[in-house]
Design a protein around this ligand. Structure first.
Ligand SMILES: [Zn+2]
Ligand SMILES: [Zn+2]
Length: 266
């Protein structure tokens, strides 16, 4: 039964010459079992309210702040890339996140000024800030400076299922499976190709690694950080990371201050 299911999945006839190797079917089965939901944003023009979820635009500021956080390299206020009103995230997405991430605002700032050269390629670059703050709506101010990136208000989310990308095969399903078996699957993923990690902006799901798996370790507890959001080149923010790079936001549930944004390119 299972084999015929996978034969259908890979688009071949059970009686045809080219049969799916049992190990390839097992790899596919394990990847399907490890699937996750990802939410891709649906946007419209405009900034929305001060604390609305959006790409770009002017950031909501903390009480007492006069401008966006300063870049650790060029000391100028950094452009807002992404702001999420955590309370307004889809319920199923919130259920996947630690309770501390269920309220307030998430903000990603990243300095992309042409004359700002950041040589730090580590997991905690000085030219970006990721922060979670429980901001009381009545205290929120909007930055008065013009936005570097045009605002794209997030109006909703589209759900998609994703299997792990190459390099993230679940260890618990690895018995009797070789690297070649896994490679064989990724070379010809058949109809599961639509479930490979999307190379677009998205919340949760599986990362689309451009240069191999890289979860930074939290400097406080040493544990690998959790994946929160992906920012792809020229998707909702018009910027190319190197050569079609993809950026990722990571956090440690215990040490939210350590959240970080890193990107990889080809
Ligand atoms: Zn800078
Ligand atoms: Zn930690």
């Amino acid at each position: 039964m299972l084999m015929s299911f996978f034969q259908r999945l890979f688009g071949r006839h059970a009686g045809g010459r080219e049969e799916v190797h049992p190990n390839t079917a097992r790899v596919a089965e394990a990847l399907l079992a490890a699937r996750r939901v990802a939410w891709t944003p649906e946007v419209g023009e405009g900034e929305g309210g001060i604390a609305a979820s959006r790409f770009g635009g002017r950031p909501a500021l903390r009480r007492g702040e006069l401008h966006a956080p300063l870049c650790g390299v060029c000391s100028r206020p950094m452009p807002l890339w992404l702001q999420l009103d955590l309370e307004s995230l889809p319920g199923d997405a919130k259920a996947m996140l630690p309770e501390a991430l269920g309220r307030g605002l998430f903000q990603l700032f990243y300095c992309t000024r042409e004359d700002c050269e950041c040589a730090d390629c580590g997991a905690f670059p000085a030219n970006s800030v990721v922060r979670f703050d429980a901001i009381n709506g009545s205290e929120v101010l909007r930055d008065a400076d013009p936005a570097d990136h045009p605002a794209q208000l997030i109006r909703g989310w589209k759900v998609r299922a994703e299997i792990p990308g190459d390099g993230e095969y679940p260890v618990e399903a690895a018995e009797g499976i070789t690297e070649e078996d896994i490679g064989e699957f990724y070379n010809r993923p058949g109809s599961l190709s639509t479930m490979l990690p999307a190379d677009k902006d998205k919340l949760l799901g599986w990362p689309d690694w451009v240069q191999g798996v890289w979860y930074p370790d939290c400097p406080d507890c040493g544990k690998p950080m959790a994946y929160l959001f992906q920012i792809a080149s020229n998707d909702h923010v018009d910027f190319m990371f190197g050569d079609s790079g993809v950026g990722h936001v990571f956090f440690c549930a215990e040490h939210l201050k350590r959240a970080t944004f890193v990107w990889q390119c080809c």
